[in-house]
Design a protein around this ligand. Structure first.
Ligand SMILES: NC(=O)c1ccc[n+]([C@@H]2O[C@H](COP(=O)([O-])OP(=O)(O)OC[C@H]3O[C@@H](n4cnc5c(N)ncnc54)[C@H](O)[C@@H]3O)[C@@H](O)[C@H]2O)c1
Length: 400
């Protein structure tokens, strides 16, 4: 079986490398020329534990993995084409921006020359995969392809393990032929008795949003319980632990903190609610979770500001949205840092990741910042290992 993957972000690249690990010849395609050049030379464009080794193994040793900017060339022999492009929030409303999905679908349609499956792995609102089918059917013969929804549940920071040992594989199809091909594709996982949940396409699309929204709800819930605990002198850690022991509840995602961030939960919670509204359904719980999460960061910032004396310097241990990743999309640390810097509070930020994240951080703040003093910066370790794993302490001062 030959695979083509459109998009080499966290999902596309990890999926591509892991499918190569399963033994499939896989070509990963991206429109970003520099990204593909870097990948061809074996460099992963982001930090993900284990990716460098997996890339090296399948790019250089087995040669099962390759990279290209040309989807038309990459599709020639492909039996399955995965769409793994980004689906961020639109700028002006909460909807998922599907621009990249439509552009990938169009290009796939133009280049279909033999029967293949077109599989949506990107997180897309219900109805999108059927719309992809309509887009392709306008350009390519209907009997030359089927569409499938196969949402991805990997987590950044443990993405390879999540892909290789998932709790379940969800596959939404509209006929038994596609279901059989998907079963064959994931056979290596079924040998490990991984459950495959076989559904309709619409159901598979909803499963992804419902799962992410539920996890976000757990986070929002425990954060509000934490506020109550603080008000009455109870210990939220004990509450969370005791709740989590109950198997009906489970201990994961019950740690109070500054709210959820990252490239998935914030946008997926919003898009799920908006999709429901389009069908006149009110997901009021999901709306409340979103609102609660927005307020969370303001509450935390106010608490810090109230308890910070003039001339204090605060230390931030990391800027990514969670440990073990350099992804700073919708990072709560950055939101908090932005609020504190506007209040003239000085920050020391400790980053254990790529310099690129630093650049993104500065751009993200959207205010002029003077890197006034670089303290205790181990230059050699910073430059060695591509800057990875080096401890960089930077002293930021707001320039008015
Ligand atoms: N990041 C995660 O942890 C995660 C987990 C599960 C699901 N998802 C979902 O998977 C999807 C991808 O997420 P990501 O974080 O990997 O995205 P990303 O933004 O990191 O990467 C997307 C890549 O697609 C490329 N691309 C866009 N349009 C293209 C086109 N027409 N042709 C070729 N390449 C194109 C971009 O250049 C980019 O490199 C999203 O829908 C996301 O919600 C993400």
């Amino acid at each position: 079986m030959k695979l083509a993957i459109v998009g080499t972000g966290y999902v596309g690249l990890v999926s591509g490398a892991c499918f190569a690990e399963f033994g499939y010849e896989t070509v990963c395609v991206d429109k970003d020329i520099r990204r593909i050049e870097s990948l061809k030379s074996g460099k992963c464009p982001f930090y993900e534990p284990g990716m460098d080794n997996l890339l090296f193994k399948h790019l250089r040793n087995t040669k099962l993995l390759s990279f290209s900017n040309s989807l038309s060339e990459s599709m020639i022999d492909a039996d399955i084409i995965f769409i793994t492009v980004g689906t961020p929030s639109k700028r002006l409303d909460d909807d998922a921006d599907l621009t990249h999905v439509w552009s990938a679908a169009n290009e796939i349609g133009k280049n279909i020359n033999k029967y293949c499956l077109v599989v949506t792995k990107s997180t897309v609102p219900v109805g999108t995969s059927k719309e992809i089918k309509n887009v392709i059917a306008k350009i390519a013969p209907k009997d030359k392809f089927d569409v499938v929804s196969n949402p991805e549940f990997l987590r950044e920071g443990s993405a390879i393990d999540d892909f290789m040992r998932p709790d379940r594989v969800v596959v939404g199809t509209e006929n038994s032929k596609s279901e059989k091909i998907m079963r064959d594709l994931y056979r290596p996982l079924f040998l490990r008795e991984t459950p495959m949940v076989s559904t309709s396409i619409e159901t598979a699309e909803i499963i992804k949003y419902a799962s992410n929204s539920f996890l976000a709800t757990k986070i929002g819930f425990i954060n509000e319980v934490a506020d109550l605990c603080e008000a009455v002198g109870a210990n939220v850690q004990d509450v969370s632990k005791a709740m989590g022991i109950d198997q009906r509840i489970g201990s994961k995602f019950l740690n109070p903190g500054p709210g959820y961030g990252g490239s998935c939960f914030p946008k997926d919670v919003k898009a799920f609610s908006l999709t429901a509204k389009k069908f006149n359904v009110d997901l009021s719980i999901v709306d409340a979770v979103h609102l609660s999460n927005q307020n969370r960061i303001k509450k935390i910032a106010n608490k810090i500001i109230k308890n910070t004396s003039k001339n204090s310097v605060l230390s931030f241990l990391g800027l990514s949205f969670k440990p073990n990743t350099d992804d700073i999309r919708e990072s709560t640390s950055i939101k908090l840092a932005s609020i504190l810097l506007k209040k003239d509070i000085r920050l020391i930020v400790s980053i254990q990741l790529l310099l690129i994240a630093l650049k993104n951080f500065l751009l993200n703040l959207n205010i002029s910042i003077l890197l006034s003093n670089l303290v205790r910066m181990p230059m050699q370790s910073l430059l060695g290992q591509n800057g990875m794993n080096s401890e960089l302490l930077i002293f930021l001062r707001l320039v008015k």
